[in-house]
Design a binder for this molecule. Structure first.
Ligand code: SAM
Length: 214
């Protein structure tokens, strides 16, 4: 067990270098504006994982300003596909469009403005995904998962971030802050269902990462 987990996390984050000025600016601006973007160590692992399965078509739920999406779009492009990403907040969606434009990848990918629970059923069912990144409202994770499972190719992966919710996930959520209890209870149910019924692994790093393989 690593005693100083925070220092180890920082060390791991610093190993991940971004060699692109525009992308670095997007990251800095998002952090300054308190947009909750993926942390570098989780991003590094996610890109490693998506690249490892040669993910061609990728779906992201929760674009925010497009930071993680830019990396996923790159993996999809390497494998001859593209990224579809959904964001509910119009301001963030507009920023993501602008960021994809700056990176010159706007026309190669599909950015959708709307509630993922309404937009997913409208996606073309004949075009399945190899990699799905769930990173939107935590209380809805089970629903996002249920909506997307049939859209995942055999051998594909669903990558779920923040599944342990600030480390609050526990079997005894009565002892956790009141305002988070519903989310924690739902995440706990979700994790247990995945563990029981699916090919699932839970990684307690970052904010908790869940991986499900079909
Ligand atoms: N994936 C982004 C990144 O790492 O750069 C960060 C995404 S942020 C954690 C979560 C985003 O999901 C927010 O911008 C929020 O507006 C969006 N969101 C929340 N509920 C949603 C829903 N039902 N459908 C689509 N987007 C949603």
């Amino acid at each position: 067990m690593i005693e100083n987990f925070i220092a180890s996390t920082k060390y791991t984050q610093n190993l991940f270098k971004i060699n692109n000025k525009i992308l670095e600016e997007i990251e800095v601006t998002a952090l300054d504006e308190k947009v909750p973007i993926i942390t570098r160590e989780v991003l590094n692992f996610m890109v490693f994982t998506a690249r490892g399965i040669k993910a061609r078509n990728i779906l992201e739920i929760g674009t925010a300003v497009g930071y993680s999406g830019i990396f996923l779009a790159e993996v999809a492009k390497e494998n001859g596909g593209y990224l579809t990403t959904i964001e509910i907040d119009e301001g963030r969606y507009n920023q993501a469009v602008e960021n994809f434009r700056k990176m010159k990848i706007l026309n190669d990918n599909r950015l959708i403005l709307g509630d993922a629970l309404e937009e997913i059923p409208k996606l073309d069912k004949s075009r399945k995904f190899d990699f799905i990144f769930i990173d939107a409202s935590k209380g809805q994770y089970m629903k996002f998962f249920n909506e997307t499972w049939n859209l995942l190719n055999e051998g594909g992966l669903i990558f779920i971030d923040n599944i342990m919710f600030k480390g609050f996930i526990t079997e005894n959520y009565e002892n956790t802050p009141k305002k988070y209890r519903t989310i924690i209870r739902r995440l706990d149910e979700f994790v247990k269902k995945l563990n029981l019924e699916y090919d699932f692994v839970l990684l307690p790093f970052g904010d908790g990462v869940g991986l499900v393989r079909k």
